[in-house]
Design a protein around this ligand. Structure first.
Ligand SMILES: [Zn+2]
Length: 265
């Protein structure tokens, strides 16, 4: 039976504190084969790895999200007083763990008031680290296409542009360069025309699906807490768009995710 590979989730988020283990334990029976859980600072990367050690289907991406530079309760501030270089050094040993398969979530966020020089330097450092370790990166690009793309063009890392919000035109060179493109609940929203055009332009071997749980729940659950089992709605939407069956879409995105993150059968 085709299974879901949710390539972007945050199961260490407080939204799951009440029932995290009940929910995670239930996922395989609800069609979820694999989950990549993304850290956003040292603390969440460690917490994610603890989940990965407990749940065979869950893998971890370890890194520092640009929002952690300004978030009061991120370990970037509480433990490192904003010194992200020191935090990166503390995260580094995690990449030796077999269940840590990517660097991230990292990238640029121009929606929030985050000092630009600082987030550019952080993102560049995480790209360079990924190249050095030969790991894929999980790219967050919010209202920052030009600067994000400039760094991706310059360094050509492997990885995924998650929750893609760019154009169909940019999909073509990003995927030609080897990058994967991730889509989630936004594809099911009203006014999804632009994101659907972009999703239609992705070659079949570069397409990934993702929740960004607990955020971005698809219609008909929009506004509620998201989890990996709800990706069936995204799979249905993308399958219809691309003229394939939902099963084919799940099989293809499973194979794509395994290839990118080096997870064998
Ligand atoms: Zn995320």
């Amino acid at each position: 039976m085709p299974m879901i590979f949710d390539t972007h989730a945050h199961y260490t988020a407080a939204a799951f504190d009440e029932d995290r283990d009940v929910l995670l334990s239930s996922l395989p029976a609800r069609g979820v084969g694999l989950v990549l859980d993304c850290g956003t600072d040292l603390d969440s990367s460690l917490a994610s790895l603890a989940l990965a050690e407990r749940y065979p289907f869950l893998y971890t991406a370890a890194g520092i999200h640009p929002e952690s530079l300004i978030e009061e309760d991120a370990s970037t501030r509480t433990r490192f007083a904003g010194d992200w270089r020191a935090e990166m050094a503390a995260i580094r040993p995690l990449y030796g763990h077999p269940k840590v398969v990517a660097v991230g979530e990292c990238g640029l966020d121009y929606h929030w008031e985050i000092p630009r020089e600082e987030q550019l330097a952080l993102f560049e450092a995480e790209i360079r680290l990924a190249l050095e370790l030969d790991l894929p990166i999980i790219v967050h690009d919010r209202e920052a296409h030009a600067d994000t793309y400039a760094l991706l063009r310059r360094y050509r890392p492997k990885g995924v542009v998650h929750c893609y919000s760019g154009s169909a035109e940019d999909v073509r060179w990003l995927t030609a360069q080897g990058l994967y493109i991730g889509f989630g609940g936004v594809t099911t929203f009203k006014n999804a025309r632009k994101v659907l055009q972009a999703a239609a332009a992705v070659p079949e071997d570069k397409l990934l699906i993702e929740t960004d749980a607990p955020y971005m729940a698809p219609v008909p659950f929009r506004g509620k807490r998201n989890d990996s089992s709800l990706l069936c709605h995204v799979a249905d939407t993308l399958a219809a768009l691309r003229g394939v069956s939902a099963d084919q879409l799940l099989d293809q995105t499973m194979a794509n995710g395994r290839a990118l993150f080096g997870i064998s059968e």
